[in-house]
Ligand binder design. Sequence first.
Ligand code: GDP
Ligand code: GDP
Length: 439
Amino acid sequence: MLPRIAIIGRPNVGKSTLFNRLVRRKLAIVDDTPGVTRDFKEYEARIGGRDVLLLDTAGLEEAPPDTVAGRMRASSEAAIRQADLILFMIDAKAGLTPSDRAFATWLRRQKAPVLVVANKTEGRHGGMAAMEAYELGFGDPVAISAEHGEGISDLHSTAAALLPEEPEEEEDEKDRPLRLAIVGRPNAGKSTLLNTLLGEERMITGPEPGLTRDAVTSEFIDDQGGRVRIVDTAGMRKKAKVVEGLEQMSVGATINALKEAEVAVLVLDALLGLDEQDLRIARLAEREGRAVVIALNKWDAVEDRTAARHGVQDTLMTSLAQLKGVTVVAMSAATGRGVDKLMPAIRETLERWNRRVPTGELNRWFEGALEKHQPPLADGRRIKLRYATMPKARPPTIVIFGPRAEDLPEDYRRYLVNSFRDTFDMPGVPIRLQLRGTT
Ligand code: GDP
Ligand code: GDP
């Protein structure tokens, strides 16, 4: 399924001109679903390196209703319902008209992201004319001249960033095993946990070399019937112990294991609590963008369990805000108690890591977050943020647009990330935030 892009706007703004510029070849696809009265054609195009379908709405405007806005709406409805992205075209030379504005109001209620394309901006005053398009409230417009071919590469990259993530990976996701890395400092109980997991579950393959030299993978079927591949650094660890001494862990091996995994199980020795070495590993997992679950191991040997649990929670709160709310599974790898809680926790965290928030929902959060705490001033002027998209998950990645978005200070970025994580319930999941300024 290729993403669909609809180019819409009132008559004469230049839709057909742009359409002809973008289309690569004509497709014979006609929507012949029974009950669909207005057929429209789809054409293959390549936008910013992605294959897409352009929906041809030309000719649909001939519909009779009274106002231009009403006519635009009627003719565009079918296309918009199918579109993953809407290019809302205006004529910057003529300026915004009441029907543009009326149409914008209606467009705001649609699910697909809207990119305003300000056409006919060739010549000296073109850029200025495009500024007016900000008033429509869809964020940064892209200024182009469809006829003269100006601004088209900008249009390609901006539009591509707003398209849904490429589905390729998701499609065969079902057949692929869940990939886990078991990480932690030496003696936390990683090997014991691995053996317990492999012993209890139906093993497919024993330890065999992973993608990188120092990783070893094993595969089993868990009680949900899903394939699980564990990337382990056991082989490397033995060497590390000899070479670097017992207290050293191999950072390189840990990073390699993380790169092969989706979820990192951070094994802690509950008798020792969460210390600097553990935090370092947790930060590596976050840096690699992995979902994290904590296995609080050796629970059988802990005397004061309340204190042990609180100790870990407190350290997480103060030293590792990114992992606030991460699932902590108290267990004993040696006796096997509590180990059955691990896989469900992992699956749940993985689901959050995979989650895509629809653009409408995302922007409702975004507006609320801005209202609650305004973005700060930079050089005496308030930083305006206009629009958010989530182009990908695994890990969740939010892109925020605004003319000087890059100037946003670190603490406000953190505020947005935390607010997002809280609102969409994604503890233990690293969130990526990208800021895009105006060009
Ligand atoms: P549509 O009705 O929205 O499909 O608009 P068209 O593509 O048919 O264009 C309407 C008119 O605007 C035509 O006369 C085009 O030549 C003209 N036009 C399209 N793009 C540009 C542009 O970038 N600059 C200028 N000056 N005229 C343009
Ligand atoms: P690794 O270096 O992280 O792979 O740790 P190991 O799996 O080799 O375990 C280190 C030591 O901790 C061994 O002596 C294990 O027997 C012990 N150990 C592992 N899991 C548990 C547990 O759940 N409870 C207790 N009491 N000891 C454990």
